[in-house]
Design a protein around this ligand. Structure first.
Ligand code: 2NL
Length: 360
């Protein structure tokens, strides 16, 4: 029986050492297969005397049961290990890296940025922002602004006209944002202090002109505002916008149908090797037009020029944006090219404010 004990010990250690299911199967066959060590021992029982057979048979069957149990247990362990190895080997990463969010990827167009800067400055001075439609009546775009019918000043604007409606009226794409001031004067009582940003349209297209462009105009109407106030407001604006402690400005006489007197305004600058700097140098750069609102315009809007007066100004935004942010060409402004936008655009939520820094 010593022999049987050592067989059991050998088999159990072979089972424990089997590295995979094939090795384990080989151990099983070597013990329990037709010619296996246990099977051969069971076969010897037939030749034994009954008394001896009972004792030997019980002993061999105990070993057989233990070996069978050990085989089953080891098979479970090896199966689990094989599955685990397969899962590791065949693992597939089906996830994607997290995308950058819109707030990191998106950019504010320089035009929007400059509009935000300009309106922040005037809001700080107590102005309200006013907006109006891009499609206007001839009356609001021209007539009430003191462009008489057939007057050559209308031709200065290269207007886009829409097809006439049932009444024969031809709407226009507004050539300036002034109709918004007209609408405001017709619907509100002074005092009025508004700043009006928006899209404007003229039949004009070359290296420095696009058929759609942007303007900001401003309007102040009350009983006392005069040219002195206008100069202060515009000087404050230029210092804040160009972020310099002082600017020299030059007011030259000019003509607009809707103001009298009318002026064009230059600011002092230096130009060195294509770079423009403000608040220094001996050069001049034209940036806006302005004037005292013409009495006819006040009358056209139901305001008595003997009671009310005020001033207005207007400027093109696109060119100012180019100057301030060193963009050499106007045309990519409207090409919707994300490469251009990611280069010249501004980060969302870096909102311009006088308290937080205009261009933080
Ligand atoms: C320019 C000059 C200007 C105005 C716009 C205005 C509006 C009303 C009444 C009087 Cl309702 N004036 N606007 C006044 C002076 C100049 O624009 O060069 N713009 C690009």
């Amino acid at each position: 029986m010593n022999d049987l004990t050592s067989l059991e010990t050998t088999l159990l250690s072979e089972i424990a050492a089997a590295a995979d299911e094939a090795a384990l199967e080989a151990v099983r066959v070597s013990a329990l297969g037709k010619k296996g060590s246990i099977s051969e021992r069971l076969a010897t029982l037939g030749k034994m005397a009954p008394e001896e057979r009972r004792e030997a048979g019980a002993a061999i069957n105990v070993v057989k049961d233990r070996v069978t149990a050990a085989l089953a247990e080891r098979r479970t362990v090896l199966k689990a290990a094989a599955l685990e190895a397969r899962l590791v080997a065949e693992a597939l990463d089906v996830t994607l890296p997290v995308r950058e969010t819109g707030t990191e990827l998106g950019r504010i167009h320089p035009i929007s940025q400059v509009i935000d800067e300009i309106t922040a400055i005037f809001a700080d001075m107590g102005f309200a922002i006013a907006e109006g439609p891009d499609i206007e009546t001839d009356e609001y775009n021209f007539t009430l602004l003191n462009f008489p019918p057939g007057h050559p000043a209308r031709e200065m604007h290269d207007t886009f006209f829409l097809a006439p409606d049932e009444k024969g009226e031809r709407k226009v794409l507004r050539t300036h944002t002034s109709p918004v001031q007209i609408r405001t004067m017709l619907s509100q009582k002074p005092p009025i202090r508004i700043v009006v940003p928006g899209r404007t349209y003229r039949h004009d297209s070359d290296q420095t002109h696009t058929p759609m462009f942007h303007q900001v105009e401003g309007l102040v109407i009350d009983k006392v505002s005069h040219v002195g106030h206008m100069k202060w407001v515009l000087e404050e604006f230029c210092r804040a916008f160009f972020e310099v402690p002082s600017v020299k400005m030059r007011f030259r006489p000019s003509f607009f149908p809707f103001t009298e007197p009318s002026m064009e305004v230059d600011i002092q600058c230096s130009r060195k090797g294509g770079e423009i700097r403000f608040g220094e140098g001996e050069d001049w750069l034209e940036i806006l037009g302005c004037g005292m609102v013409h009495p006819n315009v006040l009358r056209n809007c139901g305001l008595d020029p003997d009671e009310y007066q005020g001033f207005a100004w207007g400027m093109g935004i696109d060119r100012i944006a180019m100057l301030k942010y060193g963009m050499p060409d106007l045309r990519p402004f409207f090409d919707a090219d994300v490469r251009w936008l990611s280069h010249f655009g501004f980060r969302p939520f870096d909102l311009p404010s006088l308290a937080g820094g205009l261009t933080a």
